[in-house]
Design a protein around this ligand. Structure first.
Ligand code: CP
Ligand code: NVA
Length: 319
């Protein structure tokens, strides 16, 4: 029950980073998402616990999954989502983030934003009087990581016993949030990338701090073949994230040995699954054979964005 799962620790809170959440709060979100998903499949498509509320969804970058799943999540909880592209806002003509934050707070109950600079989210949250949710920044993609954790729990039951191997650009938003969420949940995560694209010291320090509490295992292994040995989950993301186009050539050169292909998947455990936040670039970070093959759970993973975000919205915004 959603109402029973609302002890209120998340009420009114911002969600800019997975590190904003305690291990118990991450588990609460996943449990709530599972319960909402079950109810959805039992026929309760609309659970209007947020009836009458409004959320502004600001997009500085393109989006398919996040935009649609956030709009649908809001609607299924009885809320009205207002999707605002940056070029439609006065932000694009130089109105400061801090002014936008204060004005929108007078109209809506929450603001979610996809931005280039994580510092803009921090400014938005500092000046908004309503909760602010990160829908992807250059630093993190927490809503993705929560849906990913839900997917791993569904596919592997005990997330603490699953060896999750992230192969590719291990320094991007998706990698950072995945590392943090597995650390918070006491799992085993291996980051496999060339030295330059390993997680930053700052993210590693946060993940290690969480691991001290939860017993999570964090490993950095440059050789992708070594890294995926015995993996239960192989995860990758694009080599060139939105906003990094200027570095595209260098990144493609560095990451060539990190392509997730059949040969690499065959080194993982027999029941390994393949995950990707999407959109995918077939022929770059993953081959057609893998993303369309028996390992792939990417469509279930994409669906879980909806259920995980319903949990986040319900827990932050329910009265
Ligand atoms: N995974 C993800 O965030 O996809 P979109 O860019 O389509 O929102
Ligand atoms: N790392 C990718 C994720 C897209 C959902 C990007 O930022 O472009």
């Amino acid at each position: 029950m959603v109402s029973k799962a609302l002890p209120g620790p998340l009420k009114g809170r911002d969600l800019l980073s997975i590190d904003d959440l305690t291990p118990e709060e991450v588990k609460l979100i996943i449990d709530t998402a599972r319960s909402l998903k079950e109810r959805y499949y039992a026929g309760e498509r609309v659970i209007p616990v947020l009836r009458g509320k409004t959320i502004a969804l600001i997009f500085e970058k393109p989006s398919t999954r996040t935009r649609v799943s956030m709009e649908v999540a809001a609607l299924q909880l009885g809320m009205t989502p207002l999707t605002l592209r940056r070029d439609e806002l006065q932000l694009s003509r130089g109105e400061p983030v801090k002014d936008t934050a204060r004005v929108l707070s007078r109209y809506v109950d929450a603001i979610a934003a996809r931005v280039y600079k994580h510092s803009d989210l921090i400014e938005l949250a500092a000046y908004a009087s309503v909760p602010v949710i990160n829908m992807l920044s250059d630093l993190e993609h927490p809503l993705q990581a929560l849906a990913d954790a839900l997917t791993i729990v569904e596919k592997k039951s005990d997330i603490r016993k699953a060896k999750v191997v992230y192969v590719g650009d291990a320094r991007n938003n998706v990698a950072n949030s995945l590392l943090l969420v597995i650390a918070k949940l006491g799992g085993h995560i291996v980051m496999s990338a060339p030295k330059q694209l390993m997680p930053s010291q700052e993210i590693l320090a946060k993940a290690k701090k969480a691991a001290e509490l939860t017993g999570a295992i964090i490993e950095l292994i440059e050789d992708p073949k070594e890294a995926v040995k015995g993996a239960d989950v192989v995860y990758t993301d694009v080599w060139v994230s939105m906003g990094e186009e200027a570095e595209a050539m260098e990144r493609r050169r560095l990451l060539q040995p990190y392509q997730v292909n059949t040969k690499l998947m065959e080194l993982a455990s027999n029941n390994a699954i393949f995950m990707h936040c999407l959109p995918a670039h077939r022929g770059e970070e993953v081959t057609e054979e893998v993303i369309e093959g028996p390992w792939s759970v990417v469509w279930d993973q994409a669906e879980n964005r909806l259920h995980a975000q319903k949990a986040v919205l319900a827990l932050i915004l329910s009265d």
